[in-house]
Design a protein around this ligand. Sequence first.
Ligand SMILES: Cc1cc2nc3c(=O)[nH]c(=O)nc-3n(C[C@H](O)[C@H](O)[C@H](O)COP(=O)(O)OP(=O)(O)OC[C@H]3O[C@@H](n4cnc5c(N)ncnc54)[C@H](O)[C@@H]3O)c2cc1C
Length: 306
Amino acid sequence: MLRSVILAASRSSQVERLVATAPYTRDVVRRFVAGAATDDALRATRGLVDDGLAVTLDHLGEDTVRPEQATATRDEYLKLLKMLGVAGLTPAAEVSVKLSALGQMFDEQLAYDNARAICAAADAAGTTVTLDMEDHTTTDSTLEVLSRLRKDFPSTGAVLQAYLRRTESDCRELSSAGSRVRLCKGAYKEPESVAYQSAREVDKSYVRCMNILMSGDGYPMLATHDPRMIAIGEDRARWFDRGPERFEFQMLYGIRPEEQARLAGEGYTVRTYVPYGDEWYGYLMRRLAERPANLVFFGRALISKK
Ligand SMILES: Cc1cc2nc3c(=O)[nH]c(=O)nc-3n(C[C@H](O)[C@H](O)[C@H](O)COP(=O)(O)OP(=O)(O)OC[C@H]3O[C@@H](n4cnc5c(N)ncnc54)[C@H](O)[C@@H]3O)c2cc1C
């Protein structure tokens, strides 16, 4: 119920204004977002890479409705990738891209063209791109764009969401050699017709999908903070004899950093998803919806007199 309310608010411009102008919002945002500028993203990446973590960078923004906005997002990624290459931060750092920020909502071909330019820049910088997955109305389009991109850039990664009923089948499709798949639970509000609704059902689906990916020939990226899913991931890595070069764990910037360090210390590949940029609202609201404790933290920051 609370999750539904917060996810509904994530699409409300009135609530956005209220949250964005609250006095201590910035403190909360800083916990989950590296900063507004490209230099902030580079600084955070350097720190994480020095600590033995891999990184995927997300320039915040989604649901773009104007072509020039989509072009500006593309250009920011091109600039970022060049700077990562020059700074020697590739291939440890790659980028995550939302097709809706590149024009998918009004012109799929434009989104493809923009994504293709980003893949070419990543390739030139010696790194990779992963296409984030958004709400279920975009899944087919995103997988279609992925398959076109993979013809020229086979290492382009996909994201599959365990809460969708279709995902086991998508995992089978994408578990072949060379395929990089990030498996997450899913962060959007979805109807029962397409998505499991209870946490238990989603967890069971996550494990089934993980089994398909870990026993397949691709490169699974297990994106979760859930201690049970992580323990099962460790178990499957032993069972299917997957070393650190054949799968990875992924977690979000600012969430369970000690666990990220522990797994990296044990020799696993751990990639931190680092968002940066001004358009943090939708991202922050999804993080709040995931965990009531984050909401308490947010509420405290909003009323804090410090
Ligand atoms: C790298 C990465 C990329 C992602 N990309 C996408 C994407 O492209 N599309 C998409 O829809 N979603 C994406 N997500 C979000 C994902 O779908 C989930 O919404 C999010 O990760 C929460 O699910 P969870 O598996 O972490 O566990 P949850 O089910 O939220 O939590 C399970 C347990 O994990 C632990 N936990 C969770 N959060 C915290 C916390 N803040 N602090 C301490 N413990 C915690 C707690 O023990 C909790 O009980 C991504 C997530 C990650 C990590």
